[in-house]
Design a protein around this ligand. Structure first.
Ligand code: 5GP
Ligand code: ZN
Length: 119
């Protein structure tokens, strides 16, 4: 999958619309099109990294910034008492979109023990 064809790169470039939660020069956060919880958005690096399994030492700062961002954005979106982060990786992790993304799931009430959509 090249950056040209990648859905999330297209969202970064504005070629596919998204409901943005946050943006800066290296990070974008937007709502999941098919939410699995009352609050469900993802945080992605603008740089195309195919999966967590492909992350390199040079990606450490942006990945760290994404993690640090989760709490503030989750609270802003109304998940004030905690949330869950999920990073599906590769075939075994049932990753669908091969551009690294951190799902942030939450809401007012505790989530089910495990969120897993049958695919
Ligand atoms: P994965 O299974 O790769 O962890 O999750 C991919 C997620 O991307 C899914 O939850 C799916 O709903 C979401 N998704 C796929 N295509 C689009 C899109 O075009 N826009 C948005 N906002 N979300 C998408
Ligand atoms: Zn991409």
């Amino acid at each position: 999958m090249s950056e040209q064809d990648c859905i999330f790169c297209k969202i970064v470039r504005g070629e596919i619309p998204s409901r943005k939660v946050y943006e800066d020069n290296e990070i974008l956060a937007f709502h999941d099109i098919n939410p699995a919880a009352p609050v469900h958005f993802m945080i992605i690096p603008k740089k195309h990294i195919a999966s967590l399994g492909d992350a390199r030492e040079e990606d450490r700062d942006v990945l760290g910034r994404m993690m640090v961002m989760t709490g503030r954005l989750a609270r802003q979106q109304g998940s004030t008492d905690g949330f869950r982060t999920v990073v599906n990786t590769g075939r075994v992790g049932r990753q669908d979109v091969y551009h690294l993304h951190v799902h942030v799931l939450g809401g007012d009430e505790p989530l089910p023990g495990m969120i897993h959509r049958s695919k």
